[in-house]
Design a protein around this ligand. Structure first.
Ligand code: GLU
Length: 465
């Protein structure tokens, strides 16, 4: 049997990180078993579904490297098939036409609530002769659900969960206007797409009992179900905007690498010993559903940021450079020509050691692209005392006389400090201020080398004038 999983988002909002984690688990599970991962856009709610949301889902999955193995299935295009299956159930006596009016249903509901019962359809058309149907009423089709016994789901994460059939009423599978209900459409689609494992948020667990009844009515093989706990904020409340970024693309904007976000989301609710850093290849090798925990996972932005830092340090320099250039492109205060790009490229190996996000990285690199005069942070300006300026003028002369490799620069700085009876730091701090406008930067020799002799001397002279 080929394992086939799917991610089935409704395009009614953003692709949030809960959805991304569901997609990731489906993806990893299928890859681990050499199977396929599919995408179904559940756009049956025409009023709430938007083209933009669909685009955001596709873009988000693509960014996360969770591209489906087949073109996405759009649920709305399958309405005819959903109706066909409902009619088949009708023919087989597993469903029936219900001619209740909206008023009748409302009454039934109100009465149940008044009597303290949960509102449930009472099955009044279940065995009634359709010849008794009132004129002018278009019927809905309802599942003839079992009334005795129980429906059991042997969930791969939650274990066996059961509900008494008496607790469930005969659900509508096809509305009176001929449109399928959501629970019915999902079952028909999962069956037709040959899905073997349905991995989704545990908010869908109660739906599963209903869906199981539809599988049973059709006599179809059932997929295995795995309901994963939802992601909550650090305070334990359901994740929302007030917890910070929630949409996947927002994380991209805030400077997270997709592989770091995936690693973090994987570890949020799944574990393999104490390993924190689990890259894609390792995740595919290790992932299985028995490592998924049952408790609600809590989003921890500090931890995510830490993991991101680890991935940034390990990331390819050229990729990081491109990202930084892209992020800085809109900055009107910078001159992002070929020379600036070259300087950034040269210093990325040092810069990436300290950055926790790509936004921080871009920020830390921006001084390299700043045209003269540089803006000075107050602390940096304070270092440029009259004495320091005199020293910097002498230093410029010394640096002008040497080759500009890191080793030559390093030797020259040491020699200069020694000759002037200063500690290296006493030279380096005002120099850093002159070159970067700030008091923090990577090693000063690397900064000088990245700027190149001409630019470095121009900066030192400008600051010491
Ligand atoms: N469309 C549902 C949602 O976005 C998921 C349904 C499913 O995975 O079965 O929550």
């Amino acid at each position: 049997m080929t394992i086939r999983t799917r991610f089935a988002p409704s395009p009614t909002g953003l692709l949030h990180i809960g959805g991304a984690r569901t997609a990731l688990f489906n993806y990893l599970f299928s890859r681990h078993h050499g199977g396929q991962f599919l995408l179904r856009i559940e756009d049956t709610d025409r009023e709430r579904s938007t083209e933009t949301a669909t685009q955001v889902i596709l873009e988000g999955l693509d960014w996360l490297g969770l591209t489906p193995d087949e073109p996405p299935v759009f649920q709305s295009t399958r309405a005819v098939r959903h109706a066909e299956v409902a009619l088949q159930m009708l023919e087989q006596g597993r469903a029936y036409r219900c001619y209740c009016t909206a008023d009748e249903l409302k009454q039934m509901r109100e009465q149940a609530l008044a009597e303290g019962r949960s509102p449930r359809y009472d099955g009044r058309w279940r065995d009634r002769d359709p010849a008794e149907a009132p004129p002018g009423i278009k019927p809905a089709i309802r599942l003839k659900a079992p009334r005795e016994g129980e429906t059991v789901v042997d969930d791969l994460v939650q274990g066996p969960v059961r509900v008494a059939n008496a607790e469930m009423d005969d659900l509508i599978i096809l509305r009176s206007d001929g449109t399928p209900t959501y629970l019915h459409a999902v079952v028909v689609d999962d069956h037709d797409m040959a899905i073997t494992h349905v991995i989704r948020g545990d908010d869908h667990l109660t739906n599963t009992f209903r869906q199981v009844q539809i599988y049973q009515a059709m006599g179809w093989d059932m997929p295995r179900f795995a309901h994963i706990p939802l992601i909550h904020g650090a305070d334990g409340a359901k994740l929302s905007k007030r917890h910070g970024a929630v949409s996947v693309l927002e994380f991209r904007e805030q400077g997270f690498l997709p592989e770091a976000l995936c690693n973090y989301l994987l570890r949020l609710g799944w574990s393999h010993g104490d390993e924190e850093i689990v890259d894609r290849a390792k995740a595919i090798a290790l992932f299985d559903l028995d490592g998924v925990g049952r408790g609600a996972a809590r989003m921890d932005y500090a931890k995510l940021t830490h993991v991101n830092g680890v991935y940034i340090r390990g990331a390819d320099d050229a990729r990081l450079t491109d990202d930084v250039l892209h992020r800085l492109a809109h900055r009107h205060d910078l001159a992002l020509g070929a020379k600036a790009a070259e300087r950034i490229r040269a210093l990325i190996p040092q810069l990436k050691e300290r950055a926790k996000t790509l936004v921080e990285l871009a920020d830390a690199a921006s001084f390299l692209a700043h045209p003269l005069p540089l803006p000075f942070e107050p602390k940096a300006a304070a270092l440029l005392t009259p004495e320091a300026r005199i020293m910097l003028r002498d230093l410029a002369a010394a640096l002008d006389a040497i080759g500009f490799s890191v080793a030559e620069i390093d030797a020259a700085l040491r020699g200069f400090a020694e000759a002037n009876g200063k500690k290296l730091g006493q030279v380096a701090q005002p120099l850093r201020a002159a070159l970067t406008g700030s008091t923090v930067s990577p090693g000063i020799d690397a900064v000088l080398a990245a700027l190149g002799k001409e630019e470095a001397l121009a900066r030192i002279r400008a600051a010491s004038a």
